[in-house]
Ligand binder design. Structure first.
Ligand code: 0L1
Ligand code: MG
Length: 255
């Protein structure tokens, strides 16, 4: 028998709390994309009900190659809550995750509520800071395998994030190098161009999609723009660092 949206949400929430890999939802029941986002919202509501705060959003599938691979033609998004934030340089406790990976990103800080779809000219009025960031993705599904609907329901794999020092938002991001280092070795490198041509495009797309979906981007919220490279699995003892030209560094230690 099919599970309700709330049952699916509780199932994924419990998998996240217990760091327990579960079978893909899509093996047993069909889910539309709209219903998958409802599961995501209901599962985040479980966290908010425990006192967590909604602090922002992450954009995913921000490269054309990844969109094509997953058969989508627009970005997907997940929600960032207070328990997901790790301070720069903090320890990530491996036992709290199923099979976490890290990916190098940039983040935006929103300076006032965004009421409408923005254009490039509006950006200075709505974003006051940018920084280098790391997103921790940790699918709750066995073997990190999922359909598009599965991953959306599972908060688009988003599990944690680390923000570097906020810098003024004048940075234009033209062709900036960005890399992920593990234990002093560069294991992934790319350019901010790899984030939808330019991370600002991801931000503008977010304002378009969220207006359509009735999602509020509010003052003080964080928006993760998307990964510039493939993600890397983490293991105990790893020192992980993202460096982005002009935006500095941000890191974490895996325990
Ligand atoms: O770009 C993203 O952050 C997508 C994450 C969801 C897919 C995955 O877990 O690889
Ligand atoms: Mg990401």
């Amino acid at each position: 028998m099919s599970k309700s949206i709330l049952e699916l949400a509780k199932h994924l929430d419990s998998a996240a709390i217990n760091a327990d890999a579960v079978p893909q939802i899509s093996i047993d029941q069909e889910l539309s994309i709209a219903d998958a986002y409802k599961v995501q919202v209901a599962s985040i509501d479980q966290r908010l009900g425990r006192g967590e705060k909604l602090l922002g959003y992450k954009m995913g599938f921000t490269s054309k190659a990844k969109m094509e691979q997953m058969g989508v033609n627009e970005l997907i998004w997940g929600r960032l809550t207070s328990n997901m934030e790790l301070k720069d340089g903090a320890a990530l406790e491996l036992s709290k995750y199923v099979h976490p990976r890290a990916e190098p990103e940039v983040a935006f800080r929103i300076s006032q509520d965004i009421p409408e779809v923005l254009t490039e000219a509006d950006i200075p009025n709505y974003v006051d800071a940018v920084c280098a960031a790391i997103e921790i993705i940790d699918s709750r599904y066995k073997d990190f395998k999922f359909s598009l609907e599965d991953v959306i329901a599972d908060n688009c794999s988003s599990t944690g994030y680390v923000l570097g020092e906020w810098l003024t938002a004048e940075n234009k991001f033209d062709h900036l190098s960005i890399s992920l280092e593990v234990n002093g070795e560069v294991v992934q490198s790319g350019s901010t161009d790899d984030i939808l041509g330019n991370p600002w495009n991801s931000f503008l797309e977010a304002t378009r999609i969220f207006k359509r979906e009735g999602i509020e981007l509010k003052k003080g919220m964080v928006l993760l723009a998307g990964a510039a490279t493939p993600a890397v699995f983490l293991k105990a003892g790893d020192e992980v660092k993202t460096t982005c030209d002009g935006l500095g560094e941000v890191g974490l230690l895996v325990k």
